[in-house]
Design a protein around this ligand. Structure first.
Ligand SMILES: Cc1cc2nc3c(=O)[nH]c(=O)nc-3n(C[C@H](O)[C@H](O)[C@H](O)COP(=O)(O)O)c2cc1C
Length: 160
């Protein structure tokens, strides 16, 4: 049985998803640090984390300690089948995996990360107005409905 949601968030989008998911599934949500004292090795968890340069941050570290049953990855790009496949391949994922769109909050990014995001933003084609605006001004795409697929999947597995 899943004991908790463990999350890793840099600027708050992943934390926001962890809160909504926790409320929906009636599960506690812990940062990796909090989980250290509240969970035991091999406890079943849902892991939510932000994507940095294609990597689901701290995934391998968390998988060494807990039994990660489901993964939710939070990134800035729009959700497409192609992007999901890229993430699964790049992060060697062979378990239920869900992509959740987060956002960009420049006010919470430190100098280096802010510069990296600005550089990546320059590679976005101008025709892609929504993505260009996100990289230029920041923005937040966190929505409860983005979690629907993950919630339905977990609920349906529980019934089995
Ligand atoms: C240095 C850096 C690299 C990033 N690389 C990616 C990426 O490869 N793919 C993606 O979808 N989003 C990328 N993002 C966007 C973050 O994943 C996005 O802002 C996410 O919502 C952050 O979640 P958080 O607020 O919980 O930290 C990157 C952000 C930063 C700061």
């Amino acid at each position: 049985m899943v004991k908790a949601i463990v999350y890793h968030s840099n600027t708050g989008h992943t934390l926001a998803y962890a809160k909504i998911l926790g409320t929906n599934l009636k599960l506690p949500y812990y940062s990796i640090k909090e989980a250290e004292s509240l969970l035991k090795k091999d406890d079943e968890i849902i892991y939510l984390s932000w994507i940095c340069a294609g990597r689901i941050t701290k995934l391998k570290k968390v998988e060494q300690k807990y039994h990660v049953k489901y993964i939710g990855a939070v990134g800035a790009y729009p959700k497409t089948e192609k992007y999901l496949e890229e993430l699964k391949l790049g992060n060697q994922i062979n378990k239920p995996f869900f992509y959740l769109r987060g956002g960009i909050d420049y006010s919470k990014l430190n100098g280096v990360k802010k510069r990296v995001v600005k550089i990546v933003g320059k590679t976005v084609p101008k025709e892609d107005k929504e993505l260009s605006a996100l990289f230029k001004n920041g923005g937040n795409f966190v929505k409860e409905e983005n979690l629907e697929e993950l919630i339905e999947f977990i609920k349906s597995e529980k019934k089995k």
